[in-house]
Ligand binder design. Structure first.
Ligand SMILES: NC(=O)c1ccc[n+]([C@@H]2O[C@H](COP(=O)([O-])OP(=O)(O)OC[C@H]3O[C@@H](n4cnc5c(N)ncnc54)[C@H](OP(=O)(O)O)[C@@H]3O)[C@@H](O)[C@H]2O)c1
Length: 312
């Protein structure tokens, strides 16, 4: 597994990371086969994956990972988040210092650890200035409960603002072939802040693995319906065109489509880690293999549905 430095910290993270959202089951992802899920985590570690990402709002994910990772803590760069709370079917934003302190202590308890390697603001809170939340995170870092601070779902302006307050190790935003960032701005802001970019939704919830011939019949509340939004009508057809190109290139390169989708994200030099969720060991091993796939400029142009003007 290729390793990349996390921001300007002394941590190295695997180019492919394990996303913990689908392990949360329940409302967002439906029932979890915990024996299969445990095998997926162990296969990820065996494949050299060390970054494991979760969040308090991911249902049972933190508690599940706390149990499975017990005894392996030193092998892992454990990443979780603060600032969102489930309130029935609604999600509240709260980055007040007292909520950060409470959520951090609850995460430490569920994850059965006394420190978080990468503690990330999950979303901006319109009521609380980013600076106020970051100062609380800096205090928790000083206290030793967190090692490094990260951001999620932030604009280039947010990243620049945050970097003026404290050291930002990473920025985690959605990034996939079906959801490229608009423009270079966030990547440029990451480079200026010397922060790593971590992609999430790299497979667009699984669609870029190319496994769907027709739109899956998902519950209305399924994360793929309300979050990724490419499982519905028009969007599904567009995503299928992209997934079809991924499948064609994968067949040519003799790797899995999921590995190609991961390799596409990693072909962006600012991306340190591509997160993928997985329900089984087989899935995470396919995704991990994406770290070893090198795509040519022609491959990238083909995947992005544009003509290649490059000469080699
Ligand atoms: N910061 C944020 O706001 C934010 C938001 C979203 C996600 N994230 C993080 O990013 C991680 C990754 O995103 P994600 O889990 O939402 O979506 P994802 O990685 O795009 O998709 C994961 C799902 O795709 C399917 N899949 C994975 N590998 C596959 C393979 N090789 N072949 C076929 N199907 C495969 C599995 O579901 P099925 O088997 O059910 O199809 C799996 O649960 C999350 O787990 C979370 O840690 C962060």
């Amino acid at each position: 597994m290729k390793m990349r430095r996390l921001g300007r910290t002394d941590f190295f993270v695997s180019a492919v990371g394990l996303g913990g959202w689908p392990f949360g089951g329940g409302y967002d992802w439906g029932p979890v086969d915990s024996a299969q899920a445990e095998k997926a985590v162990l296969a990820a570690l065996d494949a050299g994956i060390n970054l494991v990402d979760t969040a308090p709002v991911y249902g049972e994910s933190e508690a599940f990972l706390g149990r499975v990772l017990k005894g392996r803590r030193s092998q892992i760069v454990l990443a979780t988040k603060c600032g969102l709370a489930k309130n029935g079917s609604w999600t509240d934003h709260d980055l007040s210092p007292q909520t950060i302190r409470r959520q951090l202590d609850e995460s430490l308890s569920r994850l059965q650890t006394d420190y978080i390697d990468l503690y990330q603001i999950h979303y901006p809170d319109p009521q609380i200035p980013l600076e106020e939340a970051l100062l609380e995170l800096a205090r928790q870092k000083q206290a030793g409960k967190i090692r490094h601070i990260g951001l999620c779902n932030m604009t280039a302006e947010d990243v620049a603002r945050a970097a003026r307050v404290t050291e930002i190790a990473s920025v985690q935003n959605e990034y996939s072939l079906f959801h490229p960032q608009k423009g270079e701005a966030v990547f440029k802001a990451c480079r200026e802040a010397e922060a790593s970019f971590i992609s999430y939704g790299t497979l667009c919830g699984g669609i870029l693995s190319g496994k769907y011939k027709t739109a899956p019949n998902l519950r209305r509340a399924d994360a793929r319906n309300y979050f990724y939004k490419c499982y519905r009508a028009e969007a599904f057809l567009q995503a299928q065109e992209t997934a079809e190109r991924v499948k064609q290139l994968a067949a040519h390169l003799q790797v899995s489509p999921a590995a190609v989708a991961v390799a596409w994200a990693l072909s962006n030099q600012t991306v340190s880690c591509a997160l993928t969720g997985a329900r089984t060991a087989e899935q995470i091993l396919q995704n991990a293999a994406g770290a070893d796939v090198t795509l040519t400029p022609q491959d990238l142009a083909f995947l992005e549905g544009r003509s290649c003007t490059c000469t080699k």
